[in-house]
Design a protein around this ligand. Structure first.
Ligand code: G16
Length: 544
């Protein structure tokens, strides 16, 4: 029978991708991530799993080989579900089980997943693969291909790709082209067409040639921006920094570095008030920043991107005369000032989800228009199908100013990558909004003032000793940790702090905010010490 034949091929192939014994990995915030040399068997097995998922959903499934913001030596893999979303949670469990099975148990685990999920084994399977620019990625994506082939699946290897491009392609592939053409060329065409329309609408009052400096984290974003640029017909010029020609991926550059260190990336020369932005290693995150006349660095993070977008969409809806239900989803890392601004000034409902776009995306789907962004710059906007249809219809039916606003909104809908947070798409969205509003980067920044904050990492023997509740804002274990944090927070004004185990790095993350930078720094340090003492810190004690 078919399954017996397949499993024979799997066992033979799997011997070439043996699992280091004793290694245990978890499907974390964004798939598996660890040192690249430990991932060969995981890649092969995710190829196998993608075939089962593809058969079960009768759809194309994506596999992305990347460790995104992690150091160059790391790598990782995540699966992309039929509509371009992150893998369903029950399949994350299968992924973990499969990745950790000892070699001899692999056929048994595959069989039990197939039975549990009622996978129609005779169904064809198609898997699309993408990878980032890490030195280890090419070989690891070959291991994914081997896994897909071992179970008789068909592979489309798209090679170097940004993560959001893979999500886009998978979504297009499974929606019969309604979302766009399922190629990178189709992606550039869709985004640039919408952007050029918006640029035209913005330039009615003057010259709208814009330039932006982009730190590409020495990653795949640089290659893809170079492919996109000719499509932008000079409505936007891109000056690429850290384009991968010399520096190391994510090293002293990229969105994660800029956000967590609150300083510009290496190699970025900023003239006063110039708009600059940073992508991360696989171009799914973006943060903006600029220097003022006094040389002070100002970070504009995901919260402020969400606020700009939310404000603009609200204004458009008002002009069109449509009251739709617009909500914003954030995580515990959202700056307190941003949440206050959204709730009190914009008067929109705000929800706090657990870290990981999969959680935010899910919540955002509950709204007509769901804006979701993590403070680290990962996010997008989701429009319900009925809203999309309605707005595009109104753009034909309405007159004058209302029609103009509906057209702008229609193009905005096309400009967002609704399959995933996307640095390229988000950058074009921000550039279009600033042009349409005639805003400078300072005007945008002035929407509200961030509360000073600090993020730190603490090394512990086993970060799983920390468990959390209330969207990760409170620690349940180890005993005494939350009480310690509560006591420390009380010492400072306007303060808040929480800790959580990272799902992408082997660290515990600490976040603190307070009324001054000094207080935020002290609070973060004291909380780090509490983690070190109560959660089994290893190595050097956290230094102030
Ligand atoms: C991934 C996730 C993000 C998350 C980040 C950090 O980003 O996609 O949603 O915020 O990891 O997660 P953690 O704090 O659990 O390590 P990326 O850009 O690395 O894919």
């Amino acid at each position: 029978n078919l399954i017996a034949m397949d499993l024979g091929a799997v066992t033979k192939q799997s011997a070439l991708h043996a699992k280091p014994s004793g290694l245990v990995l978890q499907y974390g915030t964004a798939g598996f991530r660890t040192k690249a040399q430990h991932l060969d068997h995981v890649m092969f097995r995710m190829g196998l799993l993608a075939v089962l998922r593809s058969k079960q959903t009768r759809s194309t499934i994506g596999v992305m080989v990347t460790a995104s913001h992690n150091p160059e030596e790391d790598n990782g893999v995540k699966l992309v579900d039929p509509l371009g979303e992150m893998l369903a949670p029950s399949w994350e469990e299968h992924a973990t089980r499969l990745a950790n099975a000892e070699d001899q148990d692999l056929p048994g685990v595959l069989e039990s997943i197939s039975v549990e999920e009622a996978v129609p084994l005779r169904q064809d399977a198609i898997v699309v693969i993408g990878r980032d620019t890490r030195p280890s990625s090419e070989k690891l994506s070959q291991s994914v291909r081997d896994g897909v082939a071992a179970l008789g699946g068909q592979v489309h290897d798209l090679g170097l790709l940004t993560t959001p491009q893979l999500h886009y392609v998978v979504c297009c592939q499974n929606t019969g082209g309604r979302y766009g053409k399922a190629t990178t060329e189709g992606y550039y065409q869709k985004l640039s067409r919408a952007f050029l329309e918006l640029a035209k609408q913005a330039s009615c009052g003057g010259d709208e040639h814009r330039t932006i400096k982009v730190d590409c984290a020495n990653g795949v974003g640089a290659l893809k921006l170079r492919e996109l640029e000719p499509h932008l017909a000079q409505a936007l010029s891109l000056q690429l920094v850290n384009d991968g020609t010399k520096g190391k991926l994510n090293h002293l550059c990229g969105a994660d570095f800029v956000k967590s260190h609150q300083q510009p990336p290496q190699g970025m020369e900023m003239k006063s008030s110039e708009r600059c932005c940073s992508f991360d290693g696989d171009a799914d995150r973006i943060v903006y920043y600029y220097c003022d006349a006094g040389g002070r660095f100002h970070l504009i993070d995901g919260d402020k991107i969400a606020t700009l977008i939310g404000t603009f969409l609200q204004e458009l809806l008002l002009e069109i005369g449509e009251s739709l239900n617009l909500g914003v989803v954030q995580t515990a890392y959202a700056n307190g000032s941003s949440t206050r601004y959204l709730e009190e000034v914009m008067k929109v409902p705000v929800y706090c989800a657990k870290t990981g776009v999969k959680h935010l995306h899910h919540k955002a789907q509950e709204f007509d228009i769901g804006v979701y962004f993590e403070a680290n710059g990962h996010g997008t906007v989701l429009f319900s199908t009925s809203v999309e249809t309605k707005i595009k219809q109104l753009a034909e039916e309405l007159e004058d100013e209302k029609r103009k606003a509906a057209k702008i909104l229609g193009n905005m809908i096309d400009l967002f990558n609704q399959a995933a947070g996307d640095a390229i798409s988000d950058m074009l969205v921000v550039e279009a909004i600033l042009a349409l509003k005639g805003w400078t980067v300072q005007q945008w920044d002035a929407l509200y003032t961030d509360l000073p904050n600090r993020q730190l990492k603490v090394k512990v023997a086993d970060r799983r000793v920390i468990s959390t509740t209330d969207a990760e804002t409170r620690a349940v274990t180890p005993p005494g940790l939350q009480e310690a944090i509560d006591g420390l927070v009380q010492k400072y004004r306007l303060s808040r702090a929480f800790v959580r185990p990272s799902g992408t790095e082997d660290v515990v993350r600490v976040y603190a905010e307070a009324d001054s930078q000094d207080s935020a720094d002290h609070l973060a340090h004291e909380v780090s010490l509490a983690v070190f003492q109560l959660a089994g810190g290893i190595g050097e004690r956290p230094q102030p």
